[in-house]
Design a protein around this ligand. Structure first.
Ligand SMILES: Cc1cc2nc3c(=O)[nH]c(=O)nc-3n(C[C@H](O)[C@H](O)[C@H](O)COP(=O)(O)OP(=O)(O)OC[C@H]3O[C@@H](n4cnc5c(N)ncnc54)[C@H](O)[C@@H]3O)c2cc1C
Length: 451
């Protein structure tokens, strides 16, 4: 092992979370030496890769599983992300405008959306309540039944047509790296093809061992997906958590939708219902998904991460109880079984077709193909002490300068928001200053009216 390089802040993982923090600390703090370690040859090769997530800029208005409080927090996060993207010279590769809606089908879902509009409408000026004809004007295939006429059942949607709704989190990660390294007067390094194998604490700093080098750092933020938990365990942290990896797969059709069409969430299910939308990288197609399948790996299609999964599962009777409690609910049990079938060649298209027809009733089997090697893994945590499956992002912050992030959806949207929290914690730990005026003016203020 070579001589020890020293940093003020080290970030492990160059997905959208790690690179957002790299940018924020380089641009808005006076932290002088920032180092990033990434095990692959480029940023964003795992969940932030454009093919591995749904590319949605979640604003909270059409996500029916969000409370108003959660929605407004996500709205602020989305606004910061949009502000960053729109100020970049390559903004057309980062952020995209498509119509979006959440579709209610049948009396119950339509009533739910009408009620939601009353509560959420005042906070979302672009949000509209769309009846069948208004839906048809935006998404003809959604409003049309099998017979080519307007579909018979009651449908209503909440949506908007002139907002930024999609982000390529992969190009965004590359943009963060470029902009961080362009800041003058700082040492901002990124090492690719280096895997962090172990972390330990020595006096007032952390020692980060990779397969090449042994680094010392005063502060450490780990943004390594499910692997964050494994690295936290080396410091004796987060041992009351277990990680449940939930894979999401997708299906393609020819282009049948103009924008993003989400469906109403079944509130008994812990995972978002499927949606259909354009893929920002694949013109002429509509992508449906994601499904939700528990898999014993930490990275999709990478079975070498099986031993890491076993390490972070830490299976015991508390984990068994959480899984059993989930399995006992018939909606969840049926959903889990259905999601297994979604992965079985030949029959999976037939089963998925039934779900996708809620969005497009005239969809045909021959139009549907499984999106091979698309989809990532959401590292959902189980809190063993509370015997509970945690939804959303999780952070382990013992207050000694080390932070460990696990970021399932909407972790792409909240990358700057999450990085802001970490920047503040790290700056306080290091005694560093934050340029609050620049941060407010560039990221927090409302989106400028650029086209
Ligand atoms: C199916 C699916 C759909 C989603 N859809 C959306 C969506 O529409 N909108 C949204 O906002 N969010 C969405 N998300 C969530 C979003 O994709 C993730 O929250 C986000 O990409 C997480 O970024 P990250 O940087 O934390 O993790 P990752 O992108 O997974 O990056 C982790 C990085 O750490 C590196 N790493 C791991 N271990 C080590 C190690 N030991 N040493 C060095 N490097 C290491 C990895 O190589 C990787 O580059 C979705 C997620 C999934 C799975």
């Amino acid at each position: 092992m070579s001589v020890t390089p020293q940093y003020d802040l080290m970030i492990i993982g160059a997905g959208v979370s790690g690179t957002a923090l790299m940018y924020l600390t380089a641009r808005y703090t006076d932290i002088g030496r920032i180092g990033v370690i990434e095990k692959y040859a480029a940023p964003a090769r795992v969940n932030s890769l454009s093919s591995n997530n749904s590319q949605t800029l979640h604003c909270g208005d059409i996500e029916t599983n969000y409370t108003l409080e959660k929605a407004l927090a996500v709205q602020r996060a989305a606004r910061m992300l949009a502000n960053y993207c729109l100020s970049q010279p390559d903004k057309d590769h980062l952020i995209f405008k498509y119509p979006k809606m959440v579709l209610g089908v049948g009396e119950h879902e339509c009533a739910l959306l009408r009620d939601r509009f009353k509560v959420f409408g005042p906070h979302y000026p672009h949000l509209q309540l769309l009846d069948k004809k208004a839906i048809a004007a935006v998404e003809p295939a959604v409003a049309t039944g099998m017979d080519g006429h307007l579909r018979d059942e009651e449908i209503v949607a909440l949506g908007s047509t002139d907002e930024y709704t999609a982000v390529n989190f992969e190009t965004l990660s590359r943009s963060f790296v470029r902009q961080a390294q362009a800041v003058d007067g700082k040492q901002v390094d990124i090492q690719y093809n280096e895997t962090v194998l172990h972390i330990h604490k020595a006096d007032d700093h952390f020692v980060v061992e990779t397969d090449h080098t042994c680094y010392r750092t005063r502060a450490l933020v780990v943004c390594a997906g499910g692997h964050s938990l494994k690295l936290a365990h080396y410091l004796g942290l987060g041992t009351h958590f277990s990680c449940l990896p939930v894979a999401g797969s997708y299906y393609f059709t020819p282009q049948l939708l103009n924008g993003k069409v989400y469906t109403v969430q079944n509130d008994k299910l812990p995972f978002a219902a499927i949606h259909g939308d354009p893929d920002v990288m694949i013109p002429g197609k509509t992508r449906f998904g994601p499904t939700a399948l528990i898999l014993p790996i930490l990275e999709r299609y990478n079975y070498r991460t099986l031993p890491d999964f076993l390490r972070v599962l830490r299976f015991d009777r508390n984990v068994a109880k959480v899984l059993w409690d989930l399995f006992k609910v018939s909606d969840i049990r049926n959903y889990m079984l259905k999601n297994m079938v979604f992965e079985i060649p030949f029959i999976r298209r037939l089963v998925f077709l039934r779900d996708a027809r809620k969005i497009i009733p005239s969809l045909k089997l021959k139009q549907l193909s499984f999106a091979t090697r698309f989809g990532g893994i959401r590292p959902q945590l189980i809190d063993k002490t509370q015997q509970k499956l945690l939804m959303g992002e999780a952070k382990i912050n013992p207050g000694d300068g080390a932070i460990f992030n696990m970021t399932p959806s909407p972790g792409g949207t909240s990358c700057i928001d999450n990085a802001e929290k970490d920047m503040r914690t790290v700056a306080a730990h290091l005694g560093a200053a934050i340029d609050e005026a620049a941060f407010q003016a560039e990221l927090v203020e409302p989106v400028p009216p650029t086209a």
